[in-house]
Ligand binder design. Sequence first.
Ligand code: FMN
Length: 160
Amino acid sequence: MSLDQEAKKVLLRKIPHGLFICGVREGDDVNGFTASWVTQGSFDPPLVVMAVRSEGSSHGIIERTKLFSLNFLRSDQKDLAAIFFKPQTALGGRFEAAPFTFGPLGMPLIDDALGGVECELMGQVSKGDHTVFVAEVKTATLHNDGDALNLASTGWNYGG
Ligand SMILES: Cc1cc2nc3c(=O)[nH]c(=O)nc-3n(C[C@H](O)[C@H](O)[C@H](O)COP(=O)(O)O)c2cc1C
């Protein structure tokens, strides 16, 4: 039986998503990108699951360094999320719009965000055009609690 492509798209786009800035670092190179395919995967240990486009610049950095941060954006930070999925002239250039501090594990944590977690890679599944990374939350920094940005509120789609 063949897959109904339109039904698949309509249904998969109904999966609710947050919107995050994933930060990576390899030596002096720092980069960040908008990620929506993120969810929690375990309470104990605290695991997160994130799918990353295999051809993106950050993918190889995560594989090699086994570390990344997830920055939690406020509900009014759609413009910042837009900067972090657009092409950039140089790796990490998007961070000119978002001052950050390195967290305890050396990952970029955006100063003007709800907060951020630093995660250590535990495993991965590389089957399709995205790799599913499973990582343990090692540090958590809360700047200001509040409502988080979610994909539905932006009118954008990433999925289907
Ligand atoms: C709304 C939205 C959500 C996105 N979610 C993801 C995601 O979950 N994983 C991913 O790898 N890319 C996602 N992207 C695409 C990346 O942000 C984009 O490919 C970015 O340029 C990758 O940056 P890099 O090549 O510097 O790593 C999303 C894009 C948009 C517009």
